[in-house]
Design a binder for this molecule. Structure first.
Ligand SMILES: O=c1ccn([C@@H]2O[C@H](COP(=O)(O)OP(=O)(O)O[C@H]3O[C@H](CO)[C@@H](O)[C@H](O)[C@H]3O)[C@@H](O)[C@H]2O)c(=O)[nH]1
Length: 472
């Protein structure tokens, strides 16, 4: 044990999506806070989008930029899923796969103890293993979602090939559950044909899990115990919960983040609203709406009569066909003072932490759900794609939110049902049990001590189980 280092060097390598880069960066800070060296790898434009490294962590947390190789059909400045329409995401994966060589060179030169990686880099475990580096696959998806996706053998063989296959409970789930996709949700996932990058997302997941030494989950085991036990069995390898990484909005106030001016003007409006009254509306960084869907959502918010703060993401600049999508004529004047439409990036966790927020109309991306439940906000659920439908089913079962009713096949919905669902969740007497459940769950999700303890345990595991434990 004489040569054993007392601290780790961990390399973090997320997929090129803000919903992945943000939690990888968050975990990086947690590791550095515990005295470990961390190298966070991403591409230049994504690195610019990150909050600054806190000065007290600068000596341990290093950001390294890997230029994204150019590929045809991918605009030069597109470096994350937020920059392109979903249908083009396979081209981003082609470029990402070309990072295999520069990443391997980096690993050869830096010899870290561990690399923590995401689902897209299916080639990474083999490269790391050849270099004697331990591999941790970091799941930014719930255990329920990962169990539904399946064990590596099912993923690698692309057991399911048509959307309908995903609307039934798979054979490897041994208990009753409603956690399946609706047809309209899974059809969206089929809009990015895998053959362009040569490998399906399922196979990427399969190889990433299969090649790992351990799977880390960003989840709360008490929230989904049955699912967590199931993934341990399905993956046939160590599976660890690192907790939910609750957002640290108080500390961020002093981080000098570029969001500060935006935040001050948003806070100014939020401060004027009554407690528990405002609907925060945001659909993450990837989901897009058709013109008809945008209209219905807008009219529903107008009809509900409650104050709202709606973040509308700038459509990807390269999505020509969407450039005409607009709010209904005169809408912003009609809802003026009661409804704020914000275009562009906002400090979402800070908004959700504000006491005026009475509910969150969300697409149910797992980061958004965690942020909302840390602050006990009831969910009005509007899943669009990816894992969002599966999250919605789990959250409905847990009684912390209600889904806006939609046609199962084509996803159509009405503004009247948007208004009715919002009012049910946020102000109705019948909705009180949902609100109480969401507040109760914040005791689990927002418990910093318990979540911090899980990171400590994870660090202990990484220290004990690195391949080159006593040789570096
Ligand atoms: O203006 C914005 C927009 C987003 N965010 C943050 O960006 C993250 C967005 O993540 P999420 O809510 O999970 O949505 P997506 O960006 O859509 O996330 C992708 O990644 C998630 C994690 O794998 C999946 O659950 C989603 O389905 C997938 O679309 C959250 O931390 C938000 O707080 C901001 O801070 N400000």
């Amino acid at each position: 044990m004489e040569n054993e280092k007392e601290s780790l060097h961990v390399v973090m390598f997320p997929w090129l999506a803000m919903g992945h880069i943000i939690p990888f960066f968050h975990l990086s800070k947690c590791l550095a806070q515990r005295g470990h060296k961390v190298t966070f790898l991403s591409t230049p434009r994504n690195i610019e989008r990150l909050d600054k490294v806190p000065p007290d962590l600068a000596s341990l947390l290093h950001i390294v930029s890997l230029p994204l190789p150019k590929v045809s059909n991918l605009p030069d400045d597109a470096e994350s899923s937020m920059d392109i329409p979903y249908q083009k995401s396979q081209f981003l994966k082609i470029a990402f796969d070309l990072l295999e060589t520069p990443l391997t060179t980096f690993l050869e030169n830096s010899s870290p103890d561990w690399i923590v990686y995401d689902y897209a880099s299916h080639w990474l475990p083999k490269r790391a293993r050849d270099l004697g580096i331990s591999c941790a696959f970091f799941s930014l998806f719930t255990a329920a979602t990962m169990a539904f996706f399946g064990p590596p053998w099912a993923l690698l063989n692309d057991e399911r090939s048509i959307p309908e296959d995903y609307t039934v409970v798979p054979k490897w789930i041994p208990f009753e559950t409603k956690a399946v996709y609706r047809l309209h949700e899974i059809k969206k996932n089929f809009e990015a044909p895998a053959d362009e990058s040569g490998i399906s997302d399922g196979a990427r997941f399969g190889a990433s899990i299969d090649g790992s030494d351990v799977v880390l989950f960003r989840t709360c085991v008490e929230f989904e115990p049955q699912w967590f036990n199931l993934v341990s069995e399905l993956f046939k390898k160590p599976v660890i919960s690192i907790g939910v990484l609750p957002p640290s909005v108080v500390n961020d106030e002093n981080s000098g983040s570029s969001n500060d001016t935006t935040w001050l003007s948003i806070k100014n409006w939020l401060d004027k609203q009554n407690q528990d009254s405002v609907i925060y509306v945001a659909l993450g960084t990837e989901a897009t709406l058709s013109q008809k869907e945008l209209n219905e959502l807008a009219l529903g918010l107008e009809k509900c009569g409650l104050p709202f703060f709606w973040v509308i993401r700038n459509q990807p600049r390269h999505k020509q066909e969407d450039s005409h999508i607009q709010l209904p004529d005169g809408y912003e004047d009609r809802v003026k003072n009661r409804g704020i439409i914000h275009r562009g990036w906002v400090p979402q966790a800070k908004i959700l932490s504000h006491s005026c927020i009475g509910g969150f109309l969300t697409h149910c991306g797992w980061n958004s759900v965690i942020e909302a439940l840390c602050f006990g906000r009831v969910l009005i659920m509007f899943p669009v794609m990816n894992d969002q439908g599966l999250n919605t089913r789990l959250l409905e079962e847990k009684g912390v939110g209600v889904e806006i009713p939609r046609n199962e096949k084509d996803g159509s919905f009405t503004s009247d049902l948007v208004a009715k669902t919002v009012k049910f969740a946020v102000v109705s007497e019948e909705g009180e049990s949902l609100r109480a459940n969401a507040r109760r769950v914040s005791g689990l999700f927002g418990d910093r001590k318990r979540n911090g303890g899980l990171i400590d345990d994870c660090v202990g595991y990484l220290m004990e189980n690195r391949i080159g434990k006593s040789s570096r």
